[in-house]
Each structure stands twice: as C-alpha cells, then as structure tokens.
Design a protein around this ligand. Structure first.
Ligand code: DI6
Ligand code: FE
Length: 406
C-alpha cells in the first residue's frame, strides 16, 4: 500500500508533460499524491492505487499546473528608473539619458550605494509578488555591481532571498553586463578582471549557478565573451547569454558553441543561429516585457524556432530599465499578443521549457511522478485563461515542495 503525505483529488491537471496527445497533457478528474516533497503519483482519480494519505484535499474541479518558473530576471537592484521612463515618454531619447549618466550606470551607482539589507528588502517585495502569481522558481542575475564587492553582494542577497522565501532561487553571474567607469575604454581588461577575479571568487563561495553575458554592440562582442565562457567551462559552470536583442551580434551561434542552457531575447537572430541552437539543445528565452518597453518592432523569429524544434521559454527579464515587469502570467499575455505564441506554448514556456533553461528539467517543470511537488492551483475555466486575461490575479494556491505557501 502507498503511503502519502497529501492527496489532491478532483483536480483538472495540466501536467505539461512532453509528448502528450494534447498540448497541456490534461488529466480530467485527476488526483495528485505527494510524499516527501515530491509527486508520488498522478493520474485519473478512478485509477488511484490503494493508499493511505495523511491528508486528502478536494480541489473541487480546479485546474492545477506546474508552479511557474521565471528563468531570466534582474530582481536585485538599487533605486529604480521610473523618472527615466517618464522622461522618455516626454520625448527624451535613451541615448541622451545614457550620455547624462542614466541607463544601466544609474542602476549600477544606486546598487553600489545600497546595503545588502536594502537590496534584500526591495527584492523580497518583488519576489513575493511573483510567488503571488504562481512562481516557485526564480533565476536572479548580478550585473549591477560591476566590481568584485558589489557583484558578490548581489549574489549573496539572491541566495538569502531563496532561503528567506522558501522558493528556489538560481543565481547567475552577469558581471559581463557593461563596462564600468573604472575600466572605461578597456572592455578586454574588464573581462579579464571578471574572468580572473570575480568569477573564481564568486564560484568558490558557492554563489554562482551559471554565467551570463550581454552580447550587444552597446556591451560586449561574441569574440570577447567567448574568453569568459572558456573560464566558466574550466570551472564546470553552465552559460547563458543575452543575445541578438538589438542587432545580430552572432550571439545565438556563440551560445550554441558553448552548449548554453539558454540564449535570451533573439529578436535579430538569423536562421543559421536558430539552427545552431537546435543542434546544441539550447533553449530560446523570449522576453516580451523588454520588447514592449523598448518599443521594438522586429519580433523574434518564432516561425524558425518552431520549424527547428527549439524549446521556447518565456521570462519577465524583470529589471528597472528595460523591463519593469513582475508577473509571469503577464509575460504570457504579452508573448501571445506581441509574438503570436499560442496559450499552450506560453504555458510550456514558463514551466517545462523554463525548467530546462535553468538545467532543472530533471526535477521540475511538469507534473509527473518523481518531480518536485511545486504546484500552482488556479481559479480558471481552462489553462488558456492564464494567457487570455491581462492584469487579473487568478492564483488560488501554491504548493512548494508539497507545502502550502499562499
Ligand atoms: N536585459 C539587460 O540586462 C539589459 N536589457 C535587457 O533586456 C539592460 C537592463 C537595464 O537597462 O538595466
Ligand atoms: Fe536581461
């Protein structure tokens, strides 16, 4: 006889497993059993094996999905850039703001000036809001320190956010985000400093799950970032990349060459780059919040991604400059409207494919036996409603490793 901690009954389950006959992997009249924080059994209630459960809870026909996964955020930062946003709407150009010390450097200054406690408090509010919309796993990047001390502080704060919230936080070192003032005009020297000092120290302290870079004309070239990726490889760390957002900088090809977990943005990626991603098994992460906020018109090559079978994830890119977006359902709603993704693609993009973009596909992202019991419960009539509605909180409950969170 099976012994379970919790049995959820009368659920409509969107398992999101790969290879199901419908795109959501639906089980109607489903049941889900949890033991030791993992899914022990999932299937039609009528097929339940004989069991004893500590607690049985009927979901009264509610829909459940895997808890959502935000695989690309810059959640930890000092200050905000609301005044820049206003100024831009008033006609001031982004370049003018950057020339007068705004843009990424404004956030770098505010982040360097902020204490760990201040960074923690402000990010915790944003993280809790994400959990309130169904997210149980959130990736957080550094990249607003650009010096050893502040990059480490950002990553330590990210780790603390994971411990304090009970959510899973995955950390990514994005010291290769911009050239700081101390290295002005010397991008190669800065990247050498990142590769020789920041990366080994942060990795040695257990603060890094992956390494990212900003591959863009305004930041670093693919050739420059290849050197940093070599260092990541020596340390056994996986890589990710901000690629081809504003121009084709060969970012997707670079990501594929290093077997990256993900290549993110991809608005300007040519078909050859998409083919390379497919060959490498790299996930494409689309970020509609940045696309919308920057008023971009060139969409990512969704048709080519589909044709080549590249898994497509979606994320908020939550950051104070280009994507002040704190909700994954909102990212889904935007991706459908701006890029033409289907609601099923959107949900797969924040569950199964997002898990893979973090290298966590073995233990989350679908509702299957053996995976973590990270489960979102929704007040919806159909999973498509998560993408259909804008600005409407539809979460009814969130289980994290089998424990109630909201
Ligand atoms: N992600 C980033 O890191 C940059 N754009 C993006 O989509 C810049 C973020 C910023 O302006 O602070
Ligand atoms: Fe980003």
């Amino acid at each position: 006889m099976d012994r379970w901690d919790l049995l959820l009954t009368d659920a409509r389950v969107a398992t999101m497993r790969a290879g199901a006959t419908d795109p959501y992997g639906v089980i109607d009249g489903g049941a889900l059993a949890i033991r030791d924080g993992e899914i022990a059994w999932v299937g039609p209630g009528a097929a339940l094996p004989s069991h004893r459960a500590e607690e049985v809870r009927s979901l009264d026909g509610r829909w459940v999905t895997p808890a959502l996964i935000d695989c690309h955020t810059h959640l930890v930062f000092g200050g905000d850039r609301g005044s820049e946003f206003e100024a831009r709407l008033g006609g001031v150009r982004y370049e003018e703001l950057a020339a007068s010390g705004g843009g990424i450097m404004a956030t770098v200054r505010a982040t360097r000036a902020a204490s760990a406690e201040e960074l923690f408090r402000s990010a915790l509010g944003r993280l809790e809001a994400m959990a309130g919309e169904g997210a149980a796993t959130v990736e957080i990047k550094s990249g607003y320190g650009l010096d050893l001390e502040t990059e480490l502080r950002m990553l330590e704060v990210a780790r603390r956010l994971g411990r304090a919230s009970g959510l899973t936080v995955r950390t990514t070192l994005l010291a290769a985000h911009a050239v700081p003032p101390e290295f002005e005009g010397r991008p190669d020297d800065y990247l050498a400093f990142v590769g020789d000092e920041v990366l080994p120290r942060a990795a040695g302290e257990g603060l890094v799950d992956a390494v990212d870079g900003y591959c863009e004309t305004v930041a670093f070239s693919a050739v420059q970032l290849a050197g940093l990726f070599e260092r990541a490889r020596e340390l056994g760390l996986p890589v990710k990349l901000h690629a081809d957002q504003l121009s084709d900088g060969g970012g997707a090809a670079l990501a594929a060459r290093f077997g990256a977990l993900s290549a993110d943005h991809l608005e300007y990626t040519p078909e050859a780059g998409i083919e390379a991603l497919a060959g490498a098994g790299t996930v494409a992460v689309l970020l509609p919040g940045a696309f919308l906020t920057l008023g971009q018109s060139q969409r990512p090559p969704v048709g080519a991604l589909r044709r080549h079978g590249v898994p497509v994830a979606l994320a908020t890119d939550c950051n104070p400059g280009t994507s002040p977006l704190g909700s994954l359902p909102e990212a889904m709603a935007l991706a459908a409207r701006l890029y033409g993704l289907t609601p099923a693609e959107c949900l797969a993009g924040v569950t199964r494919h997002a898990a893979r973009a973090l290298g966590l596909q073995h233990d989350r992202g679908t509702l299957e036996a053996g995976k973590r019991a990270d489960i979102a419960i929704w007040d919806i009539g159909h999973p498509r409603d998560l993408t259909y509605w804008l600005g409407r909180r539809q979460l009814a409950g969130l289980l994290v490793a089998g424990q109630d969170r909201s």
